[in-house]
Design a protein around this ligand. Structure first.
Ligand code: 4AD
Ligand code: MG
Length: 466
């Protein structure tokens, strides 16, 4: 007999005389002649109520073992429930304890702090909150593919081990099989990377963009969706050392097309979550963030504001605020600035574009006609309330001379990027793309405030458990 998921049992349209449920006990209440078990199997937020009558053959010996956390199998009848708040319940004809959980099971009925739940990341998916988070995560990963596939974008798997620093920022994890205690040395006394596994220095990728550009200049519209690694020592609620990024790359597209696609994408994901994860979102808006639904609806309704970097700096300097990081033309916008723009000034998502060339990556397209001391590149960052930057993107420099200039400006070795330069030598086209941090998007959609709680097993400075 095949198993019915709790979700399907709860959504049944008719009673069912023979049903098999398998899951974990959330709670048990004993009455005089029967017990109520609430059974959850993770297929949805709610559990289903099971009634185990004391006339069942193993009731006397087994029911006491049905403690919170125990796994059970129930055969029985799905019948209309007499109780409130549920349409269906199951009257057991037999129940079997598959795996007991003793009283030390840490997920008891009382609420736990998120910090404590992080320490038991192997059990937290069994809690209401984390079940909901990871169902939404799964659904949105699917929606990412649906969005791009519907637009005929081609999914490209870019490498995880790489020899190039896509962002030119240097925050990379080294990949090596050399004996770190006694590495081979060359005649200058430096570590001899030619003896390493790949015959050169290699790292975990910080972005699939450069390889995505290769494919965009062949297949036109592509996207990547995969794990990304950054060795920056940022212990904040929105930085992880391992996170997932979605990177579309579009040939024959400029910055404006790029910003429009980013906005459409974010709205699509929110709409998808509302349509397919309604119960989970309702849970978040009750227990995590009371403003969640209002904020999501608000974001869906209005076009996002677009504001140039120069205008943004003007707004920030005229705001009368005292900043922890002083701001002037040329400085990087920090989280406090980003959040002021989106939360207090515009009170809506904002795309800031045309950033100073010196603070952005080498591959971004130089804006034509700038004053020499105010050179900008066609970069854009999408900022959302509560988080700040959720997307970073740009139009790419498709002109060989300007690209080489940009590389020199960032002290990059052209030899290492020979293939990237080739793309500008053979049939170059204007093209653009962006990266959406998947976890930041999940934080935005769920209202969960810490990136550690929207990824199954967080990797952050000092932690790589499980
Ligand atoms: O702005 P970033 O660094 O852009 C890129 O990597 C480009 N190559 C993307 C592209 O144009 N194809 O990163 C993009 C997004 C950020 O906006 C943020 O949402 C997320 O990735 N991100 C992080 N998320 C979690 N933890 C970190 N340490 C992150 N660093 C970036
Ligand atoms: Mg960025």
């Amino acid at each position: 007999m095949s198993r019915t998921l709790v979700k399907d049992a709860l959504n049944a349209t008719a009673p069912n005389d023979t049903i098999l449920l398998q899951g974990w006990v959330r709670t048990r209440r004993d009455a005089k002649t029967f017990s109520f078990l609430e059974l959850n199997d993770g297929s949805c937020l709610k559990g289903i109520q099971v009634i185990a009558d004391s006339s069942l053959p193993n009731y006397a010996t087994e029911i006491a073992k049905a403690l919170t956390g125990a796994s059970v199998e129930v055969h029985g009848k799905l019948v209309a429930s007499q109780g409130q708040g549920q349409k269906w319940e199951v009257v057991a004809s037999s129940f079997t304890i598959l795996g007991e959980a003793d009283a030390t099971y840490p997920l008891q009925k009382k609420g736990h702090t998120l910090e404590f739940l992080r320490e038991i990341a192997h059990l937290r998916p069994r809690s209401n909150l984390f079940g909901a988070v990871f169902r939404v995560r799964s659904r949105l990963a699917f929606a990412v593919h649906q969005f791009f596939q519907d637009k005929s974008f081609i999914y490209v798997h870019t490498p995880i081990v790489t020899a190039s620093d896509a962002e030119g920022a240097g925050d990379m994890f080294r990949v090596t099989t050399l004996d770190v205690g006694a590495p081979p040395k060359n005649e200058h006394g430096d570590v001899d990377s030619t003896k390493d596994f790949f015959g050169k220095k290699t790292f975990l990728t910080v972005s699939g963009q450069l390889e995505a550009e290769i494919f965009a200049t062949a297949l036109s519209n592509v996207y990547t969706f995969g794990p990304t690694f950054r060795a920056e020592n940022s212990n904040t609620s929105r930085h992880a050392a391992e996170f997932w990024m979605i990177e579309p790359e579009i040939a024959f597209c400029d910055l404006h097309g790029d910003m429009s696609l980013a906005e459409e994408f974010v709205k699509y994901l929110i709409r998808d979550a509302k349509a397919h994860c309604a119960a989970d979102l309702e849970f978040f808006s009750k227990f995590v963030d009371k403003e969640l639904m209002t904020r999501l609806d608000f974001v869906l309704e209005k076009p996002f504001v677009r504001c140039s970097y120069t205008e943004a700096v003007e707004i920030l300097t005229k705001s009368g605020k005292t900043w922890e990081h002083p701001v002037s033309w040329g400085s990087n916008l920090q989280a406090e600035h980003e959040r002021f723009l989106t939360e207090e000034h515009f009170k809506c998502p904002v795309t800031v574009y045309n950033y100073p060339r010196a603070i952005k990556a080498f591959y971004m397209r130089k804006t034509d006609g700038c004053a020499p001391d105010r050179q900008t590149v066609a970069a854009m960052d999408l900022l959302v309330p509560g988080i700040g930057e959720i997307i970073g993107g740009s139009q790419r420099e498709e002109r060989l001379t300007e690209l080489r200039e940009g590389m020199a400006l960032h002290h990059l070795d052209e030899k290492a990027y020979w293939w990237y330069l080739d793309l500008r030598r053979y049939g170059t086209v204007p093209h653009a793309g962006f990266g959406l941090g998947f976890e930041r998007m999940l934080m935005f959609v769920t209202g969960v405030g810490n990136i550690r709680d929207v990824i199954p097993f967080a990797r952050t400075p000092g932690t790589a458990d499980f």
